[in-house]
Design a binder for this molecule. Sequence first.
Ligand SMILES: [Zn+2]
Length: 276
Amino acid sequence: MVSTAVKVLSDGVVKIDGGSLFGQVPKVDWEANVVTDRKNRVTLGLNCLLLQAGGKNVLVDTGVGSKENDKDRDNLGLVPSRLLKGLKGVGLTPKDIHAVILTHLHFDHCGGCTRLDRTGTTVPTFPKARYYVQRSCWEEACKPSPRHSRHHRPEDFLPIAERGQLELLDGDTELLPGLNVIVTDGHTKGHQMVMFKHGGERVVFLGDLVPTHHHLNLIAISAFDYSPEATMERKRQVLNEAQKQGWLVVFSHGHNTRAGYLERRTEMSILRPVEL
Ligand SMILES: [Zn+2]
């Protein structure tokens, strides 16, 4: 498959504590480039991807969705879910989605997988889709360690299995010709990025391996990462490769800057942004 259309669809924004977002990098090192609010929160995008090829509509990640309670909505600075509006804008309804690929199962990536129906039951948002996630990621999310339990909400993903729409993957997989998932681990067990061809280009959706262009700094790794050392090593490899091969990289949490090409000017890669 050569992807015939690709579009970044936003599910809105989430506000995350700046300290948690950059891990061990102190605020003095990033405050000149990143805006915080009075609670020290940074506004992040909730970026999803829509790929259309061979008559299939494939969604990568689903944002936070619309099941949040008022307290979370306030703490996280959420706006009502935008993903379905974005789909409508390109003439699609939830029934038109054939596959949903999840980079991992943190609530800000899989909350939109399910929704409350009129009776208050949580059901899959995309009734005809197969949902793809790594088995190791699924197992960890179902029994998370105390450090990670607040990032996982069973109601975001258990209904997918209950309705028989879950596809568990064991390692790197070509899901459609030219559309691959590649396991990176690091951020979560079984975290995966998504790579595909678009025209003559290779596009990679990095998930939370590199959530924003501010995380091109190798040691800027969120406090949420399951294994920061693994994230750093994989990030080094992937960024090197992306720069050498001229891949178009897409960031899951870029707010104003969501995609671009990497250029090496100093030790650190810098981004030449593009709109997607
Ligand atoms: Zn995330």
